[in-house]
Design a protein around this ligand. Structure first.
Ligand SMILES: [Zn+2]
Length: 275
């Protein structure tokens, strides 16, 4: 009755034991892990769009505008208040650091995040797939190449009437790496994420209700791809989610990722030292 015994265990210890036994663990993360760093969500009571419905309208039009007129798209972005300026001030929280620590220990192989805030990288995670892009990068729409935004002096290009910025590899037009509404997920990231989901034997789903498609496919793909092989799916979230309700996840540890993930990492450290 191993299953019954597992259910009786302290969920933190259970998750740590599962991680220690895993061969290829990965993590999916969403807005919940970043709200603890003070990054506002979009639709919550004090969300960015709840307070500024016009900003939401503009966000929905960004991609069409880029396709129609990249120069105008960049002029608009540079004229408005800078989300990037705000994001630069944000620091990772203990949840981000715990995932980076698990990677250093050789347990966690990859983080796939819906967040565009770069906080996993800041916390020291090396293998990060930015599923919805990264606010600190620009992406070439022709070759898919990515560049750090600090490599470009966008205000200077604007003053010199030289927008949009161009790719240093192929001369193609650059847009923000952030995936806008109605924009497909970049093919490389979508492909690599599916490979990771198919490969993993343990998936931590942290701070996301996984309802936004196609990201929401990843936990489901992880469960289906492993025929004859058990993939353990552990949710860490403030509330139950559709993954909990549809029993896609094996168990939910309910609470703040910034409190739970460090405890799990500590426990993994303890058991991998003594065994
Ligand atoms: Zn290019």
């Amino acid at each position: 009755m191993a299953k019954e015994r597992d259910k009786m265990m302290d969920p933190i210890k259970r998750a740590a034991a599962d991680l220690a036994k895993s061969n290829y663990a990965i993590a999916l993360t969403g807005a919940g892990i970043s709200t603890e760093s003070g990054i506002p969500d979009f639709r919550g009571p004090s969300g960015i769009w709840t307070k500024d419905p016009e900003a939401e309208k503009r966000a929905y039009q960004s991609y069409a505008k880029f396709q129609r007129n990249p120069k105008e798209y960049w002029e608009d972005r540079l004229a408005g208040p800078s989300l990037l300026g705000d994001l630069k001030k944000m620091a990772p929280n203990p949840g981000h650091y715990a995932l980076a620590e698990l990677e250093r220990m050789g347990i966690l192989k990859c983080v796939i995040t819906q967040n565009i805030d770069n906080l996993h990288q800041k916390a020291g995670s090396k293998r990060v797939l930015d599923y919805h892009g990264n606010a600190f990068k620009l992406r070439c729409v022709s070759c898919g190449g990515r560049f750090e935004d600090r490599e470009f002096d966008l205000q200077r290009l604007r003053n010199a009437d030289q927008l949009p910025p161009l790719c240093r590899g192929c001369g193609g037009v650059l847009k923000s790496d952030v995936v806008h509404f109605h924009e497909p997920i970049p093919a490389d990231v979508a492909q690599q994420s599916l490979v990771e989901a198919g490969k993993c034997d343990l998936m931590l789903v942290c701070g996301t209700s996984a309802v936004v498609y196609p990201f929401a496919l990843l936990p489901r793909a992880a469960k289906q791809r492993q025929l004859g092989k058990e993939t353990i799916l552990i949710e860490i979230n403030a509330e139950p989610t559709p993954l909990t309700e549809e029993m896609v996840s094996d168990y939910l540890i309910q609470g703040k990722t910034g409190q739970i993930l460090p405890k799990i990492a500590e426990e993994v450290k303890r058991i991998t030292k003594t065994s």
